[in-house]
Design a protein around this ligand. Structure first.
Ligand code: PMV
Length: 313
């Protein structure tokens, strides 16, 4: 057995979050500026079933056998064992390092699962295919999010911009002309499962209204897909603003997100919206690269604790 190192990127949803849970399309892209890195080191002399897990970011240091059955890390590792048809993972130490903030819409949970599943299957000298990694990571997402659409694990597994509809094979998006987005982090952690279940309750209470909003989001996503593919970047700003207005209507924005979005637009962003499940986490602003510095500064003044400029395409 040899040491294995695997990394996985974060992600942002450009268009269509929440509506994607209700079978409307969405668009997501990988963000390589933030990463999860998993290192697996063999423990040759240990007893046969010693697997040590260390994840300093979440203060975890434990043996695999001591983790609860439904712990996402355990579910991911047991999934790999099942897939490879092995009783246990050879003795090793698994170290998980992440620069992706937790519960902030950047896909930290899915990135840990993808990196972990890839690393363990490679360590066992039987690397799984992308499709198998994606399938197992989706099972873990169910623990994090209860009713996940599957968009996070898909974009992170394939590391490409994707056009995604729940339950259907996704397509990768060809970006006609690269564009730039600043990600602004409120540093308010907001668990996806809670926001998604509150949206569900509201949908159950007013189905017609919510279905109409989700249909309008679908129209925005379809126009955005075309604009991205044909390189009509200037159209994307207005579409982001419209998408955000619908997210406001389903009550997933927050005063902190609104302040940063407003500051970005005032400073010259072409469009801005929350990204991910909302109520905190991250927002995104579409910018011309040469104007990105003053816009990022305005976002920081309005409360963004961290800004990250990322190129798409
Ligand atoms: O994990 P987040 O915060 O990026 O949110 C996921 C996006 C949702 O559409 C809200 C949920 C889902 O499963 O697609």
């Amino acid at each position: 057995m040899q040491e294995v190192k695997v990394s996985a990127p974060g992600k942002i949803i450009l268009f269509g979050e929440h509506a994607v849970v209700y079978n409307r399309p969405a668009i997501a892209v990988p963000v390589t500026q933030v990463q999860v890195e998993v290192t697996i080191t063999p423990l040759e002399k240990s007893s046969p079933n010693t697997v040590i897990i260390q994840s300093p970011n979440i203060g975890l240091e434990s043996e695999l056998k001591d983790l609860l059955e439904h712990h996402p890390i355990k579910v991911a590792l047991m999934g790999v064992c099942r897939k490879l048809n092995i009783a246990e993972i050879p003795p090793c130490s698994i170290c998980i390092h992440s620069t992706i903030p937790v519960a902030s819409g950047l896909g930290s949970g899915a990135a840990v699962s993808v990196a972990l599943i890839r690393a363990v299957s490679a360590f066992c000298e039987r690397p799984l295919s992308d499709a198998e990694v994606n399938e197992l990571a989706y099972e873990v997402e169910k623990i994090h999010h209860l009713t996940p659409s599957g968009i996070d694990n898909s974009v992170i597994t394939y590391e490409k911009p994707i056009f995604f509809i729940k339950g259907e094979p996704f397509s990768t998006l060809e970006v006609g002309k690269p564009f730039w987005v600043i990600i602004g982090d409120t540093r308010i952690s907001s668990p996806t499962a809670i926001t998604v279940s509150e949206v569900r309750q509201a949908w159950e209470a007013a189905r017609l209204t919510y279905e109409r909003i989700f249909d309008q989001i679908r129209d925005v996503v379809l126009q955005a897909k075309e604009a991205i593919e044909t390189g009509e970047v200037e159209k994307l700003g207005g579409l982001m603003n419209r998408n955000h207005e619908f997210l406001r209507q389903i009550n997933v924005s927050s005063p902190e997100l609104e302040r940063i979005i407003e500051a970005a637009l005032k400073a010259g962003a072409l469009g801005a919206k929350l990204s991910g499940s909302g109520r905190g986490g991250n927002m995104i602003a579409l910018v011309h690269e040469h104007e990105s510095k003053p816009i990022a500064e305005a976002m920081q003044k309005a409360g963004a604790m961290r800004t990250t400029l990322t190129r798409i395409g």
